[in-house]
Each structure stands twice: as structure tokens, then as C-alpha cells.
Design a protein around this ligand. Structure first.
Ligand code: CA
Length: 707
């Protein structure tokens, strides 16, 4: 062994001793033969293997399992008859309780997954033994430019290399066997508020990666890098830049005709932060484009316009990034109705003819079916109640908006919300039942013109959120709800649904065992009959919204979930510091008897009022500042977009407000320092506002007791 090898094996040993909770097993060292097999397996993953992933049923080779991204596994050892016999095979504790959105990859018995702060790790899937761990050392203050937590959704695998993005915009290539860094490349201007939380995809030997940051003022794009060298191959911008600089291509010149004003000063938005799907049959790459910067079109493009390619699905040539077609789900978006959500490919019989289709259930609440060769709209129907548009006009392909929904003259109550009828949580599809399983949210909020709108890059600015709307107005909105929806995409209608506690509905998995699996924010992993929705099994896993996956090794089928909070999750149901708030990889198999987690109570804690002597003016000023700087993460009233519900913080936290907000005392948990933006007086005002909101909560809890 060389020096680094020895260091690595010591580190491995310490790591496994510290963090693995291997059930009924020690910490076996892989034999040289096993090591060689692994090397061969991961090196063998090339374009041909990825295209033919359907014939590797035991593995999970890419983000959506195959290029169709249906998240349907042909494995059936775990099925309707046997599922009741599932038990815990092993658990591996990751640490941070937040940032868990990952879909692990599996190749020949090895799992590759990502964690909070863009970490990457490998495990042996038959024992849960850690193989390696990689930390890209993301500067913690990066969290100041993150919309929704310190999350990462997964990695990509190609020819013995693991690729993943980092919050600070790097794309990293690691040796799949050792976790050693092979190269890294900065994919964004580090001076700009871009971030990466999405999983890269491999397309013909290139690594395709997008980014986020529209709320902070950036210009969206997607890029392809050589998997070999990390060099840029192509880049496609989703929105036009400053016309004075000339356009990158003719299609952006045409797109610029759908914009007005000086949109480029704040980037325009249109980030591609989640879904990009390669279609080897048609040799097209479909990308889902996000909202504008800012949300409010009045500020972004004051003369109106569709603002292409915001909130659109765009098809590109995978070799060059050249535009082929697009379909815009929300023309002139003004609500953060992104079309970044899961894009899934399938062949469906429609009108007596088998069509190659693309499916998406974006934030705006409509389920879209497109012909993926041409972009032709085949159908679009509401999968949740929508109050912003009555229907999609099939003659024009455009939504028919209802009066007043653009909140230009006065505030408008809108369903769904910026949190989406469906967000990043992956859907799944059972070809056997012809059903799509959508993690669905129903929520309502109030959109209003911002009191003051300052064009400022690097700060959350949406051009919405008036402090004239009292917190009581938000509190009187219906509580958001979440459910698993089985949707027939051909008939465009609901087949069944299953309600669950908490609005942040988890990612789903469908299997040939006639099952659908889904986790809930209250911490349960559920299995349903894929055809009827009957619940067949449930297991407490702590907290969970990341999508489960399944695979087989040594003839045994496993189900794994990475449990933890996925970014949009609340401290309401998980007491901070409780063991349940830790994140873990949990593996299930038939007949396994590992010890289950102890179930923690899941409810809103009771709080009592904390005295404060603030004036009404201070509270109002605090409300305005909170809306501008804190609400994007901490506003819990309507969106479920809560990293922590500040009203229920402990008294000690209220004592430490200056330290936490200005001093960076919670930096490691993803709470950045706002010392460059806020004064001690601002912080005192925010505290006064939160204490006022707490008093309201206390009186509501008291009123509820009287019922
Ligand atoms: Ca957004």
C-alpha cells in the first residue's frame, strides 16, 4: 500500500466504525476480486449500456433509472404478496438532517449518492459499509444565494467516473472506485448568484448540467462538458441577453421579440435547475426551463410579452445545443410557475396510434402530454384545482387566464403557488397500468405587487410580497395539503389518490411487483397497490421526501431510501436535535429484521408567548424586512417553503438573533450571515415581527383548545 492508500483505508475504517449501523454484520473488507469486479462494472458503463439500461434490471444507472426517466423497476421479488415481509437490512447515517433530495445510483452492488453541501459518497449495498466519501468544501456562506436549502439531487456515472455539481457552481469528476477527484470545472461566473442542486446527465459521452438562481438575478443556461477532460462542449442560453451585445444565435434573436424593457439587467431568469432528458431514439435533449427574474413580469418586461423561453420545455440537438422546438407552459409567467419539473418519456396509444410522448406536471397545475418529435401539444388538463387559468386552449396551445390573476391592480389569491402543484420530487410511471404517480401539493397564496422593488443582483427579489397584506390574511388561507396522485395520462384523469400528512409530497417509485412507493414529510415510507391505491405497507423512516429506488444484488431485491428533510420541510414535525432529524440511507429487503427507528411525535409543538416591548412601527418594519430577506426560506404561512418555522424557535434562539442573523452562528446548517445586508436594528425589528406572529400562534392554539 502507498501512503495515500493507507490513509484512505484508515479513514475508511474510522468512518465505518463511527457512522455505520450495520445490522447483524461486521465491516467486511472487499476482497481483491470484489474490488476488481467493481472497477470493471463502473468502467463498463458507457453510452451503449445507458441506452440499454432496461436490460440492467439489477442496477440503477442514471437519475431516472433509464433515459426515459420513468423510475419504473422491472424487479418483482418485492411485490403485492411479499411486501408485508419487508424489514430493515441496514442503515447508514449521513449526518446533516437537511438537504436530502438524492436519487442514488447503483452499479453491481455499489451505491453512489450525494448529500447536503454537495457531498458524494459510495456504499456497499449488501452491508451498508462505506467505501468512500468526498466533500467538495463548499463555502458555507454560499447559502445566501440558495432558494431552497443545501440540497443535492444526485450524481451521474460514466466509464468509471462519478459526476456531480456543487452549490457554488462547480462540476466535479471523481474516480468511482476511490472517490478521488479527477477534474473540476467552474460552470458559472462565481461572482453571479448561480447554484447547482440538480443531477447531471450523461449524453453521448458529455456531462450535461444546468443551474439555479433566477430569484437572485441570473441568466439561465445549460451546458455540456466532456466527461474526459471537463472542457465545455456547448452552452444554450434560455433567454436573450442584452441586444446591444448581439445574440448568441438566431433563435434568441426571435425570442427577444417576446420581451420588453431592459430585462437583461437582472439576467431574465429561465434557469434549468432540474430536468433535462436525453432521447436516444430521436437524438434530442429536452430541457425544462424555470421562471423569470424577477417573478413579476411588470418589473421584468413592463410592456408584457411571452418572454421566451421562460417556463418552457425546449428540445435541443444533443451534439451542439442547437434549438429544435419548444412548448411554453406559462406564457409571460408572473407566479414562479417553472417548467423545470420532471420530464418523462413514454410510448402511449393515443387516438388509436402509438405516439412517442413527453409528459410533465409542472408547478402551474396542468398535466402536459406532448409529441416529443415535434413538440405538438396532444393534451393538457388540470391535475389540481387552478385559479389562475380555466383551461388550456387546444387551438392555440395557451392557458386561458382568469381576470385579475396577474395582480397588477390589486392582490390576487392564487392556486397553486410558487411551491408548485408539483415541484422537484420525481414522478414515476407504470407501463403495466398506464399510470403516472405524481407527488402532488395543493396550496393557495396571495400574490401582490411588492411595496418597493429594487433591482438588486444577489438578493432574493421577486417583485411580489406586499407587507400591506397582514400575516392574518395568510393565516386564513387553507393549509397546504399533499397527496400521491395516480394519473391516467391518456384519458387525462385521476385514477386514485392517497392523502398524507404534510404538503411536501415525496418522490415516487413504481415497480413490476405492482407497487408504488412514496415517502412523506411526516416520516413514513408507504407502499401502495399500483392499480388501486390500496395501502399495503408502511414503515417509519424519520422524515422523507427523497425518491426511493430499488435494485438487486446476489439475487436479493433491495429497496432503499435516503431519509431526511429535503429542503422544503419544517421544524414543526421534527424536534431539532432528535435522532429522527438525522438523515440516513435505509435499506429494506424481504425477511430482514433490523431494528426500526423509534417513532417521534409529529405535530405542531405547543409554544408560549415571549415578551417583547416593540412598537407597532418596529413590527411593521420587521415584516417588510422579513419579506425581503427571510421569507424565501422561512415563510411558512402558505407555501410550505419552510426551512425552519421561526415562530416556534426556543427562547434561547430568540436570545441569539443577532449572532445567528449577522454573526453566522448557524452557517453550517445553511443559515448564512446577512451582515452585508441588514443592520442590528433590522434584526431587532425582524425579531419583534416574529414574536408578534408567535403571539398569534399562541392565541390560535388557545382557541383550538376551547373547541
Ligand atoms: Ca423559482
Amino acid at each position: 500500500m502507498t501512503q495515500p492508500d493507507i490513509r484512505k483505508s484508515i479513514a475508511r475504517f474510522l468512518l465505518s466504525a463511527l457512522v455505520t449501523l450495520a445490522v447483524g454484520a461486521g465491516f467486511p473488507t472487499p476482497s481483491p476480486a470484489q474490488e476488481a469486479r467493481r472497477t470493471e462494472a463502473s468502467y463498463g458503463i458507457d453510452t451503449a449500456t445507458l441506452v440499454a439500461a432496461e436490460s440492467s434490471p439489477n442496477d440503477w444507472l442514471s437519475y431516472g433509472r433509464t433515459y426515459k426517466e420513468q423510475r419504473f423497476s422491472p424487479l418483482a421479488q418485492i411485490n403485492k404478496q411479499t411486501v408485508a415481509d419487508l424489514g430493515i437490512a441496514w442503515m447508514h447515517t449521513i449526518g446533516s438532517k437537511r438537504g436530502v433530495q438524492t436519487t442514488p445510483l447503483i452499479v453491481d452492488g455499489v451505491m453512489y449518492a450525494t448529500g447536503a453541501w454537495s457531498t458524494v459518497f459510495a456504499l456497499d449495498v449488501s452491508t451498508g459499509e462505506p467505501l468512500w466519501d468526498y466533500d467538495p468544501q463548499v463555502p458555507r456562506q454560499t447559502a445566501i444565494k440558495l432558494c431552497c436549502g443545501i440540497s443535492n439531487r444526485g450524481a451521474a456515472l460514466y466509464q468509471g467516473r462519478i459526476f456531480s455539481g456543487t452549490l457554488d457552481g462547480r462540476l466535479i469528476a471523481l474516480d468511482a472506485d476511490t472517490g478521488e477527484q479527477l477534474w473540476q470545472t467552474q460552470t458559472v461566473d462565481p461572482e453571479q448568484p448561480y447554484s447547482i442542486t440538480g443531477a447531471p446527465r450523461i449524453v453521448k459521452g458529455n456531462v450535461v448540467i444546468g443551474n439555479g438562481g433566477a430569484e437572485f438575478g441570473v441568466r439561465g443556461y445549460i451546458s455540456a462538458y466532456s466527461s474526459e477532460t471537463g472542457e465545455l462542449v456547448w452552452r444554450f442560453y434560455t433567454v436573450p441577453g442584452n441586444p446591444a451585445d448581439g445574440f448568441e444565435n438566431d433563435v434568441l434573436k426571435l425570442a427577444a421579440e417576446t420581451w420588453t424593457g431592459s430585462w437583461w439587467e437582472l439576467g431574465g431568469g429561465g434557469t434549468v435547475w432540474d430536468s433535462f432528458v436525453y432521447d436516444p431514439e430521436l437524438d434530442l435533449l429536452y430541457i425544462g426551463v424555470g421562471n423569470g427574474s424577477p417573478w413579476n413580469r411588470e418589473h421584468r418586461s413592463p410592456g408584457g410579452g411571452d418572454n421566451l423561453f421562460l417556463s418552457s420545455i425546449v428540445a435541443l440537438r444533443p451534439d451542439t445545443g442547437e434549438y429544435v422546438w419548444h412548448y411554453q407552459t406559462t406564457p409571460g409567467d408572473t407566479w414562479d410557475f417553472t417548467a423545470t419539473q420532471h420530464i418523462m418519456l413514454a410510448e402511449l396509444a393515443i387516438g388509436g396510434r402509438v405516439r412517442k410522448v413527453l409528459m410533465q406536471a409542472p408547478k402551474n397545475g396542468f398535466f402536459y402530454l406532448l409529441d416529443r418529435a415535434t413538440g405538438e401539444l396532444l393534451s393538457a388538463e388540470k391535475f389540481v384545482p387552478t385559479t389562475w387559468a380555466s383551461h388550456v386552449d387546444m387551438a392555440t396551445g395557451r392557458p386561458v387566464e382568469l381576470p385579475g390573476v396577474r395582480y397588477e391592480e390589486k392582490p390576487s389569491v392564487i392556486t397553486p403557488t410558487a411551491g408548485g402543484a408539483h415541484n422537484w420530487h420525481p414522478m414515476s410511471f407504470s407501463p403495466e397500468h398506464g399510470l403516472v404517480y405524481i407527488p402532488t401539493r395543493e396550496a393557495t397564496t396571495i400574490y401582490a405587487q411588492a411595496d418597493v422593488y429594487e433591482r438588486e443582483t444577489g438578493v432574493w427579489r421577486t417583485g411580489t410580497g406586499s407587507s400591506a397584506i397582514s400575516p392574518i390574511a395568510f393565516l386564513s388561507l387553507p393549509e397546504p395539503t399533499g397527496y400521491l396522485l395516480a394519473w391516467d395520462p391518456v384519458r387525462q384523469e385521476e385514477r386514485w389518490r392517497s392523502d398524507h400528512e404534510g404538503a411536501d409530497s415525496g418522490g415516487t417509485l413504481a415497480t413490476a411487483g405492482d407497487l408504488v412507493f412514496q415517502g412523506t414529510p411526516a416520516g413514513f415510507l408507504n407502499a401502495f397497490d399500483a392499480g388501486t391505491g390500496a395501502q399495503l405497507w408502511q414503515h417509519y423512516v424519520g422524515a422523507m421526501v427523497a425518491p426511493p429506488i430499488t435494485f438487486a444484488v446476489g439475487g436479493k431485491q433491495y429497496l432503499t431510501v435516503v431519509s431526511g428533510l429535503g429542503g422544503l420541510a419544517s421544524n414543526r414535525s421534527r424536534p431539532p436535535g432528535s435522532p429522527e432529524s438525522r438523515s440516513r440511507v435505509i435499506a429494506f429487503s424481504l425477511g430482514a429484521k433490523g431494528k426500526a427507528l423509534e417513532q417521534a411525535p409529529s405535530r405542531m409543538p405547543r409554544v408560549s408567548a415571549i415578551d417583547s416591548s416593540a412598537t407597532a412601527d418596529q413590527i411593521n418594519a420587521g415584516a417588510r424586512t422579513f419579506n425581503q430577506y427571510c421569507g424565501s426560506c422561512h415563510r411558512g404561512e402558505s407555501d410550505g417553503n419552510i426551512i425552519a418555522d421561526l415562530r416556534i424557535s426556543s427562547a434561547q434562539v430568540f436570545d441569539r438573533y443577532q449572532d445567528i442573523v449577522l454573526g453566522g452562528a448557524r452557517l453550517d446548517r445553511g443559515m448564512p450571515s446577512f451582515k452585508d445586508y441588514l443592520s442590528p436594528q433590522d434584526v431587532a425589528n425582524i425579531r419583534a415581527y416574529i414574536l408578534q406572529a408567535r403571539r398569534l400562534l399562541v392565541s390560535m392554539q388557545g382557541a383550538a383548545d376551547g373547541l
